[in-house]
Design a binder for this molecule. Structure first.
Ligand code: PEP
Ligand code: MN
Length: 358
């Protein structure tokens, strides 16, 4: 299915093309929600997140205040003018959240793993075209993530975005959830134009690792960040270790802005070198094609005169010449040998294939 994502108005360039979504892991009380929304709104954040239904791995932990908390989000929206979003995991959540005027939804990592749940959410959203952001499934299965977008898109939802939040990995030591950047990169290739907003909070699992991950996300060309911020992280009822205080968040944003500016500057300086690398690579391809053409002609002659395709003496003297030539330019001998090996193998393969074609 070809997914053509529509524009999410609220994701339009807020800070030179970069979107910030922030708020507490859970909406814990009216005061906590309003205090957090006010401090973020004062910093210029336009989208506020808070979970009201919390999927917990084990029962008995705080599972959110449910519908009651939707009213606190409504109040935060009216008072600050921010766009508000929450997590939905089934059609009851969707109905209650739509009724409460919640502007956007996200589908959590545990829900994305369940095609039934995603389909149920998609069906209950049919006809709304409300923005929906989909977190990656907790396991490293790209297909499930893509499948979730297909189900939503199939129900007529076009204002979609992805939230990489890290993957469960048995060998991950540093992070709570392994970033596995190659997976969101592949998602971007499969669904071009899909905005990607990185959630470094759940990847990190602890607040000190959020800033370096946020910088990596920026370098990976993420379209924005989705970050957990709590007025008093130490007292949070869920994900206490990974939430930033509003002050820490503010500091992070200002370092990201300067990082972004210097990155743009660095890219400008790199540009002429990159151009010259691209031109050189193009010439290399041209030369390789010329080499193969010459060797194909040599192959035709070998065949006519009944000579062996592989002539070890010839190979040895050529390799030696190449190494010698490379030395003049200060090139590493083993590198030159491997490069030559690849070229020579391809030529021999061509000659053998041409022989078989006869
Ligand atoms: C969250 O954002 O608070 C959350 C529960 O996320 P995830 O589904 O990524 O665990
Ligand atoms: Mn959380």
């Amino acid at each position: 299915m070809m997914i053509r994502t529509g524009k999410i108005r609220e994701l339009d360039p807020m800070d030179r093309g970069f979107t910030l979504i922030a708020g507490p892991c859970s909406a814990e009380s009216r005061e906590q929600v309003l205090e957090c929304a006010r401090s973020l709104s004062d910093m210029g954040v336009r989208i506020f997140r808070a979970g009201v239904w919390k999927p917990r791995t084990r029962p008995g932990n705080f599972e959110g205040w449910g519908e009651k908390a939707l009213g606190w989000l409504q109040e935060a929206k009216t008072e600050t003018g921010m766009t508000v979003m929450t997590e939905v995991a089934n059609s009851r959540h969707v109905e209650a959240a739509l009724k409460a005027g919640i502007d956007m939804f996200w589908i959590g990592a545990r829900t994305t793993t369940s095609p039934f749940a995603v389909q149920e959410i998609a069906d209950s959203l049919r006809g709304t075209d409300i923005p929906v952001m989909v977190k990656n499934p907790i396991n490293t299965e790209l297909e499930l993530w893509i499948g979730a977008f297909e189900r939503l898109y199939g129900a007529g939802l076009t204002r979609l975005a992805a939230i990489p939040r890290g993957f469960s990995a048995h060998d991950e030591r540093l992070y709570r959830y392994s970033p596995q950047w190659q997976i969101p990169v592949e998602l971007r290739r499969c669904i071009p134009g899909l905005p990607i907003l990185c959630d470094p909070s759940h990847m990190a699992g602890r607040s000190s690792l959020v800033p370096p991950l946020a910088r990596m996300a920026l370098d990976m060309k993420a379209d924005g960040l989705f970050i957990e911020v709590h007025p008093e992280p130490g007292k949070a009822l869920s994900d206490s270790a990974q939430q930033l205080t509003p002050a820490e968040f503010k500091e992070l944003i200002s370092t990201l802005v300067s990082h972004r500016e210097s990155l743009e500057e660095d890219m400008k300086i790199l540009k002429p070198y990159r151009k010259s690398i691209e031109e050189t690579d193009r010439k290399i391809v041209e030369l390789v094609a010329a080499r193969l053409e010459a060797s194909d002609k040599a192959g035709d002659l070998k065949r006519l005169r009944n000579l062996a395709v592989l002539q070890p003496e010839r190979y040895k003297s050529l390799a030696g010449d190449m190494v010698e030539e490379g030395r003049r330019y200060g090139l590493d001998e083993s590198f030159i040998r491997s490069l030559f090996e690849i070229l020579h193998t391809e030529s021999i393969k061509h000659q053998l294939e041409n022989n078989n074609r006869e």
